[in-house]
Every structure is written in structure tokens, then in C-alpha cells.
Ligand binder design. Structure first.
Ligand SMILES: C[S@@+](CC[C@H](N)C(=O)[O-])C[C@H]1O[C@@H](n2cnc3c(N)ncnc32)[C@H](O)[C@@H]1O
Length: 140
């Protein structure tokens, strides 16, 4: 699953890709996010795809950094949620050797580390703290 895969699947994203938010039936992920949210805080949504989590994140935080490797997914997210004016859309590859990101108070990364390449997964995990002001807790 490289960038090409995600660019190609973008128009059929809703048909093809598992919807974690819809299946968060007991609100486990939503509760964990809302517990840490504040209108004074910023959040990064890493691997945001078509922006399914934006309706949870944008109203609960000051600013959202919606990051994805796919420009097509980001364009769909931007078109779908014009009402969220506190979202910045950034195309970036978390599996790159090194990455420089705007630092946020919280970062969520939901169902996005899916590459079959060990090296790319490794880089993704190494780059994750680059999105955070301070690394306090990791959840797996
Ligand atoms: C299954 S979708 C998850 C979407 C979203 N987090 C959700 O739960 O609805 C995985 C997303 O991760 C993105 N992604 C995959 N590899 C990435 C990378 N190296 N850097 C940034 N985004 C990546 C893909 O483009 C895709 O949009």
C-alpha cells in the first residue's frame, strides 16, 4: 500500500475501506479523544484520508492538522467538510526518512500504518513524535 494505491482508491474510498469511526460502536476511541480535547489545544490527524474523524476533532479542538500521503484523499476531505475552518490540510509522507511537521498537543493515527514494508512502518513510528510538542503517552 504505497501512495499510488491510496491515490487510486480515493474516489471509491467509502466503498472499499473499513470505517473505524462507524465501527467505534462503544465510543472507545471517541471517548479517549474527547477526554484529551480542549478548545485551547491543537490536534494532528495523521493518515486522515477523506476526513471521517474531522466531525469529532474540529469542533473539539482549536486547530486540526489533517495530514495524509494522498492529495486525492485530502481534496475529498476538504470538499466534504468546508464548515470546519480550523482545519489545515497537509500532504506528507510519514514513512519518509525524515519529516518536519507543525507540532500539535495531541496526535491521532487511526488505521493508517498499513504498509507491508518494515522499513516504512519503522519510519512512520519514528516520525510520529515529530507531530507532537511533547510525547507523554503512547497508545497502541
Ligand atoms: C485506512 S485509511 C485510514 C483513514 C482514517 N484515519 C480513518 O480512520 O478513517 C489510511 C490512510 O493513511 C494514509 N497513509 C498511508 N500511508 C501514509 C504515509 N506514509 N503518510 C501519510 N499518510 C499515509 C492513506 O493515504 C490513507 O488515507
Amino acid at each position: 500500500m504505497d501512495r499510488n494505491y491510496w491515490e487510486k482508491i480515493a474516489p471509491d474510498y467509502n466503498k472499499e475501506i473499513f470505517d473505524v469511526l462507524k465501527n467505534d460502536k462503544k465510543s472507545i476511541i471517541r471517548t479517549a479523544i474527547i477526554k484529551r480535547a480542549s478548545p485551547a489545544k491543537t490536534v494532528a490527524d495523521i493518515g486522515c484520508a477523506v476526513g471521517k474523524w474531522l466531525p469529532v476533532l474540529a469542533p473539539a479542538f482549536k486547530q486540526v492538522l489533517a495530514l495524509d500521503i494522498s492529495i486525492e484523499n485530502l481534496a475529498i476531505a476538504q470538499r466534504t467538510y468546508p464548515q470546519y475552518t480550523n482545519v489545515d490540510y497537509i500532504r506528507a509522507d510519514m514513512s519518509a526518512a525524515k519529516i518536519k511537521l507543525q507540532k500539535c498537543d495531541l496526535a491521532v493515527c487511526i488505521n493508517a500504518i498499513l504498509t507491508d514494508s518494515v522499513k516504512k512502518r519503522d519510519n512512520f513510528f519514528k516520525n510520529y513524535p515529530a507531530s507532537l510538542r511533547k510525547v507523554v503517552t503512547w497508545y497502541w
